[in-house]
Design a protein around this ligand. Sequence first.
Ligand code: SF4
Length: 416
Amino acid sequence: MKDIMDEANRCLNCKVKPCQKGCPLENDIPSFIKQVKENNLEEAFKILTQTTVLGAICGRICPHSKQCRGNCVRGIKSEPINIGKLESYVFDNAIKQNFKIETNDKLNGKKVAVVGGGPSGLTCAAFLSMNGAKVTIYEKQPKLGGIPMYGIPDFRLPREVIDETIKKILNLGIEAKCNQALGKDYELDELMEKYDVVYLSFGANVSSKMNIPGEELDGVYGGNELLETGKHPNYEGKSVAVIGGGNVAMDSARTIKRLGAEHVYVIYRRAREQMPAEDYEVEDAIKEGVQFLFQNNIVKALGKNKVEKIECIKTQLVKKEGEKRLVPVNIENSNYTLDMDYVVMAVGSKANKELVAKTGLETTDYGNIKVDERYMTSKDGVFAGGDLIGTKATVAWAARSGRNASEEIIKYLMEK
Ligand code: SF4
């Protein structure tokens, strides 16, 4: 508790609130920290639940130095406030003390189906339920939680934190139907008949391909699928290359190293400073024995049926007109090969094409579900959000999309 108070007391309670602007959910950070300073944790929780229901999760796994914390005024001359630690403390305490989330009956029991119980679906469901809707979440997995539950390893986010967060959200009166897959156990049309509104938030968790030779060989996996299913080969004494520089790459590399791989290489075509992953995660991975090959890229996987080697190339970073970031360009004749037992592709994610096609909804050129400015899809009363519509792939941005959609759904239902 003392360290929480010391941290809260360092906050300057800035009037312009740069930290709030840096937060995807625009949590009122100075106001909730002020309440923490005064040891009024119920009021701090009340302030935060105006914008988020995932504080215990986001407080632990958000890339804070690129969001709220990265904008903290204290950071100019010293250490910025550890906002995530304070946020998760407030939520952990609210769960323990069973603080209630405020509700009203504005929507008078209007019925909403939410498809997909990840950050976006849970947030949308919670905000609709807080406003009096009767919400049912359909989830294909045995448990709700989405990526935090099935994609982020336990060492980064303990399962009990997710379980408790979900329990608190369901306590708003939300029904959860798990092991229910869209297109298999039910169809979109059925939900449209039964409910006043349907919100689709089943994510975009199919690993993107690089379309390089050898990608179809055995032993080449998608990082999302590995983390989601937890079905790993035996890595004991093996060499594994993880391609990419974001969270999925970091989580895959660290998980595989913990599962006994002898060598784990993260191959990233840009430099360390450009990595989307948080710096402390890279540090932790290095301490755990993960090796980084910055400014290197894979060009092919080699082997008969199973991958045996990879061919890589060195890159240099150049400035290109119209590009914000430095662009990696292959250095001619710098190719080399490495013996490799497994390759994990963690270069991005996309929506499940077949599943999206089954909905019969219009899509974007990238295969995401197309929505208008109200988050409404091409079918009246069917809304969509989160990664499925191409939101930036972080938990907080997905949650923001769910909250924004809930606001639009409330307007729609009030006018109906
Ligand atoms: S910017 Fe930092 S010091 Fe200022 S209010 Fe936000 S957390 Fe507090």
